[in-house]
Design a protein around this ligand. Sequence first.
Ligand SMILES: [Fe+2]
Length: 437
Amino acid sequence: MMEGFSSVLPERFLDLKKELVNNGEAQERLTQAWNEILANLETMTKEAIETGPEIIPQIDFSEIDSLSSEKLADIKRRGGVVIRNVVDDAEALRWTDSLREYVKVNPVDGLPLDNKQFFMLYWTQSQVRARSHPNVLKVSTWLNTLYGAPDGNIPEGVHLDQPLSYADRFRIRHAGGRWNDHKPHIDGGSIERWEDDEFRNCFAEILQGDWRKHNPYNITNRLNAKSSLYGRPNQSSVFRTFQGWLALSETGPGEGTLKLFPDVLLSNAYLILRPFFRPVEQPVSSDPLDPQNWKFDISTTEFPGIYTGEGGGFYGPRLSSATHPHMRIDEVMTSIPKVWPGDMVFWHCDVVHSVEPEHVGKNDSAAIYIPAVPSTPANREYLERQRQAFLRGVPPPDFPQVKDESEGEKPHQGNGVVSDISGDGRRAMGFEVSVGA
Ligand SMILES: [Fe+2]
């Protein structure tokens, strides 16, 4: 556990657990579901460890409109995908060169301070052009439309076919260094997954014991889910169907790349039920993962992987072999297959992900963070504020702010300007009123 964080949660979470499992029948259903999930995890984790990076689906950009239903089902189950050749290699490499130049000639914010590799920059020309590249927007639409609603009733004001641009940062990670800050975790909501009524509804079937019916791609409850009830800092306030990045360099497993837990249905099912179960006092067998060594228990406030921290908010889920043993996190977190400049990688917003702490390769691993964001009322509202930030050259609303424009990016050389934004990109950036606005 990180310093300053505690797994002791307030008493009210006892009541929440009791409210969610309010009778013996519910307990019985959850116990049965739990045992099924453990059995499925045993098979799945074995397969993932044996298969390695190849378990993460890989497709080519040219295929996205003609994928077989089996391939689509595989991508949805894994919750992650590598998409090859979204952007031409030459163009991606031009963007890399331009970013290198930008951070060389300008006094930029980045981490670590003595050897900057992760940059607090949002509006360089490379980023602005990358986000509005027609293929990047097409990929975003395709990912958004993997989501749907029961009976096809997409809520009013939601346009899955109208992608929005979300301005985030980029990295140029050097070989040899160690990054320890990206251990296995899920973004976009902590205790809120259980505590907020709407967010919890995303997992209703799991909490009813009917975990196989859980659909991580049902957009309905995501829209009003409150992912941050306590003002946790550095949170995306936008609903992203998938987080993602565009590769600007050749980066393979071992070179500081992304790792995923490649089964979003099972990880959601296990994560959501985990607070209701704990190891028995007297183990029946020597295997700590043996289902018989676990039992239903709601007598504690614990939500494993969720922590209270600075500012009174809640942090996590952070997953480890201690908090979520049946996921065999240490072995199962799978590096994505090797990527080349112009490839993109995406992972569903519930997917457990981490970054390899070591980079044992020889070359920089560079990427621009670009998630898939659908047009929804709340996202459009953010987009307008983000557009204003772009025009002022200051960080977007979700990120640490600066005192005024003089501390932003405007004084730098090599910024993106409105004319760098291509046709479809103009709408995605909020420069043209969209249908649903
Ligand atoms: Fe993350």
